[in-house]
Design a protein around this ligand. Structure first.
Ligand code: ADP
Length: 481
């Protein structure tokens, strides 16, 4: 097998691989080379409606399969992902740009989510609750919510679907997935994998094309009972509004503006290590990437020195090349956005210590960048960078650090480095974030609930909580017998 074998250039609807009704297609480009690698159907309302219909038809039969039969399918799905890890990773790098090692990791964590939810589904327990009066029994049971619509972004085209598809399939839901237009193949590969391991027709449907038209069809459908989205806060808000008419359950993994706080008592090397992985992973294009380095004055200069040394040593290039640590950015818009952040910081007195411009490799490659003298007036203080730019802010006291960290509408991930246990607890209490990494810059793991507070989202992915998003709770009162 090769990655091309997983590169499906059609949509999966009701078990058939089909073109758009119009026959129209969208080109898919490799951001490292600018080459068109293939096309996918430009689907819209009609295709999405057919996919929803297929998922509705498949739902009762699939929901009523035994739990162990569903788990067995998920185990096979896990194995299929791992057996084809290298091909799927290459496909991911070719359409998205991230270094192959990161793509290998993404396929592996996706497989782990599949296994995790196959395990967790066996523990989706209900409750028998003591009633307040005699002769009455209160039962609480959990049930698959039904057809789930999934809209996912380009930055983790495979694992963002894993965290949605795995719990949905584990509890008996059926799926209509809409991958990002820039990176549709890793999403379509989930359809191919589901088909290969024997999920019934119509259980997993994948539609590509117009985000607006496909999501509108999802929003307008009463039969689609849940929408789960990962992407920008702006689009997430639209989808929350859109889901109101049919009162769908929503899960939203939205933007972030992660603070990375380093105290004087931190282990310098470990803090820099954590900063590098948190900032420059995926060329800074993750919603949990450190957006603001907030560093205490006593360690500030030493931290900046090491951070710059490590940043300058990063190997930039095509993600398929050996040893590359930072690939291209997804597109020119993303490059221009980072340029704008740099220009804004310069204008307001920031110092570009390293990088700050497009990379001489051309295309959408950008230099890993560090800016010092960052202030609250600069755009990145409140906006998500989504690129390889590390701004460094300075602070004096713990209270000040917490205040600076919380000064954003976002509340997804945050990080803090300290050796003071009491402070670690105070940070956990004071930081308004859904996820907190103390002395760790890489905290995503299948066992823990990933998700944000404030404008960063609703719901959790992973952990036992990640299953609840796909379940409805039913209460049964048995009285008088
Ligand atoms: P990002 O580009 O940061 O990943 P977006 O919110 O733009 O975030 O995109 C995430 C996903 O949402 C993609 O699949 C994209 O196609 C889809 N999308 C973009 N605009 C809309 C929209 N208006 N309605 C529904 N989905 C959208």
């Amino acid at each position: 097998m090769a990655f091309q074998d997983w590169m499906k250039q059609a949509n999966l609807i009701g078990g058939d691989w089909v073109a758009a009704d119009s026959g129209e297609t969208i080109d898919v480009t490799n951001p490292a080379t600018g080459d068109v690698i293939g096309t996918v159907p430009k689907g819209g309302k009609a295709e999405a409606e057919r996919a929803i219909k297929a998922a509705v038809a498949a739902f009762p039969g699939y929901r009523d399969t035994s739990l162990m039969d569903r788990c067995a399918l998920l185990w096979k799905l896990h194995d299929a992902l791992m057996d084809n890890q290298k091909d799927l990773a290459e496909l991911l790098t070719v359409e998205m740009g991230k270094p192959l090692a990161e793509s290998m990791g993404e396929i592996a964590i996706g497989a782990q989510y599949v296994r995790w939810f196959a395990e967790e589904a066996r523990r989706a327990k209900g409750e028998i609750v003591p009633a307040g009066v005699n002769g009455r029994r209160i039962l609480v049971t959990k049930h698959a919510i039904g057809v789930v619509g999934m809209i996912t972004p380009w930055n983790f085209p495979s694992s963002m679907l894993a965290r949605k598809i795995a719990p949905a399939l584990a509890v008996g839901c059926t799926v209509v997935a809409k991958p990002a237009t820039a990176t549709p193949y890793s999403g379509l590969a989930w359809g191919a994998l589901a088909e290969e391991v024997g999920f019934p027709k119509g259980v997993v449907n994948v539609v590509t094309g117009s985000a607006k038209d496909i999501s509108k069809a999802m929003m307008d459908s009463f039969d689609l009972r849940k929408i789960t989205f990962t992407g920008s806060t702006e689009v997430g808000k639209e989808l929350i509004r859109g889901s109101a008419d049919t009162v769908k359950k929503v899960s939203m993994e939205l933007g972030g503006n992660a603070p990375f706080v380093v105290f004087d008592d931190a282990d310098l090397e470990k803090a820099v290590e954590g900063a590098m992985v948190s900032k420059f992973r995926n060329a800074g294009q993750t919603c949990v990437c450190a957006n603001r380095m907030i560093v205490q004055s006593g360690i500030h200069d030493a931290f900046v020195k090491r951070l710059v040394e490590r940043t300058e040593a990063l190997k930039v290039g095509d993600g398929l090349e050996k040893g590359v640590e930072q690939g291209p950015m997804i597109d020119m818009d993303a490059v221009e956005k980072v340029e704008d952040f740099v220009a804004d910081a310069r204008d307001k007195g920031g110092a570009v210590v390293t990088g700050g411009a497009r990379h001489d490799k051309g295309g959408t490659f950008f230099q890993p960048t560090v800016v010092t003298g960052a202030t609250q007036a600069m755009k990145f203080a409140t906006e998500e960078i989504f690129g390889p730019l590390a701004p460094v802010f300075k602070f004096e006291t713990e209270e000040e650090a917490i205040e600076m960290a919380n000064a954003t509408v976002y509340g997804l991930a945050c990080y803090a480095y300290t050796s003071d246990l009491g402070r670690a607890f105070r940070l956990n209490e004071g930081l308004q974030y859904g996820m907190i990494g103390i002395n760790s810059g890489l905290i995503t793991t299948v066992e823990a609930p990933f998700g944000g507070v404030k404008e960063s989202g609703l719901g959790k992915e992973g952990g036992s909580q990640g299953l609840d998003d796909y379940l409805e709770v039913k209460y049964v009162c048995i009285d008088g017998i």
